[in-house]
Design a binder for this molecule. Structure first.
Ligand SMILES: [Zn+2]
Ligand SMILES: [Zn+2]
Length: 315
């Protein structure tokens, strides 16, 4: 089968043996697979043994059922799993990271993490995994309907966080430095958009920071209302130092999360399937597996959300 593989620090599309599903695993014919920063980090870090990336994958089972894969599989036995943090289990296996993923014609995945897409179109399926991560984060933030919430950063994750918050009844202001991205956030439904230098009308109850680095986090800690809540959504390579006194004197709650649980993924399917979140609106660039290999090897900033499809003739 055709697949994209990271070997050392080389990313290439080529021919690989078809995966053999183990006991309690299913073989999926890949329809679409999203490429995100996690895949780019894997490509930059390199993989030894070689790895097929792709954790935002959907496709068809043998019987034609459209399914998506929730990629983070906990051991189900440890304290983290028992506490509902199976995405933080020390022994977790992640499809597309610690086992081969979906940038291929076929992918094998644990049956318990293969979820029927229900009312979600297969073409929108790759957005379910990142949406699940956003729903997980929103759950950690403890916002209620009617809350004003700031989303810092208007990349694909910022947009999905915005939609996840709005589906829960929040009013979302997106803060973003680039004017083009601000305009995009507005087109995609932001209740308000701002540059980081612009004054806020009033302090929001909470913020989700989807842009990496100290500056966006620091901005959010200062922008939320006294007693507000801030979610550190973006990881920052090299770390991000914060002034704990800001949290202390402003009575803030700082939370974080990465990844999602199976329950979050099912909720993403439910919300998107019911039309509460319209994934059709997400701008995307569809490429072939060869195009995805090139996109991983040489990322360009003009692509908003990269999605690969093994069936595509598009380069
Ligand atoms: Zn991802
Ligand atoms: Zn575990």
């Amino acid at each position: 089968m055709r697949a994209v593989r990271v070997t050392g620090r080389t990313v290439e599309a080529g021919d690989l043996p078809e995966p053999l599903p183990g006991a309690d695993e299913l073989l999926i014919r890949v329809g679409y697979v999203g490429v995100c920063g996690t895949d780019r980090k894997l490509a930059q870090r390199g993989a030894n043994p070689p790895r097929v990336p792709g954790h935002e994958v959907v496709g068809l089972l043998d019987d034609g059922t459209a399914v998506g894969v929730h990629p983070d599989v906990g051991c189900g036995r440890c304290a983290a799993c028992a506490a509902g943090y199976d995405n933080r289990c020390a022994d977790r296996v992640t499809v597309g990271l610690s086992r081969d993923g979906g940038l291929a014609e076929l992918v094998a995945a644990p049956a318990g993490h293969v979820v029927p897409l229900g009312g979600v179109e297969v073409a929108n399926g790759p957005l379910l995994e990142p949406l699940a991560c956003c729903l997980h984060a929103v759950g950690r933030l403890g916002v209620v309907a009617g809350d004003d919430v700031l989303v810092v950063g208007a990349g694909p994750m910022g947009v999905l966080c915005m939609w996840a918050l709005q589906a829960g009844g929040s009013r979302v202001t997106v803060v973003q430095r680039s004017a083009a991205r601000r305009a995009l956030a507005e087109r995609l439904g932001a209740d308000a958009v701002l540059g980081p230098e612009d004054a806020l009308n009033h302090a929001p109850a909470a913020a989700i920071v989807t842009a990496p680095g100290e500056e966006p986090l620091d901005y959010a800690l200062r922008a939320v209302a006294t007693g507000g809540r801030v979610h550190a959504f973006a990881g920052t390579p090299g770390g991000a130092c914060l002034d704990a006194n800001t949290v202390h004197y402003r009575h803030l709650t700082l939370v974080g999360s990465t990844g999602s649980t199976l329950a979050d993924y099912r909720k993403a399917v439910e919300l998107a399937g019911a039309g509460a979140i319209d994934l059709d609106r997400m701008p995307r660039t569809i490429v072939s597996l060869d195009g995805a290999a090139r996109g991983l090897a040489e990322p360009t900033s003009d692509v908003f959300k990269l999605i690969a499809t093994p069936g595509s003739e598009t380069e």
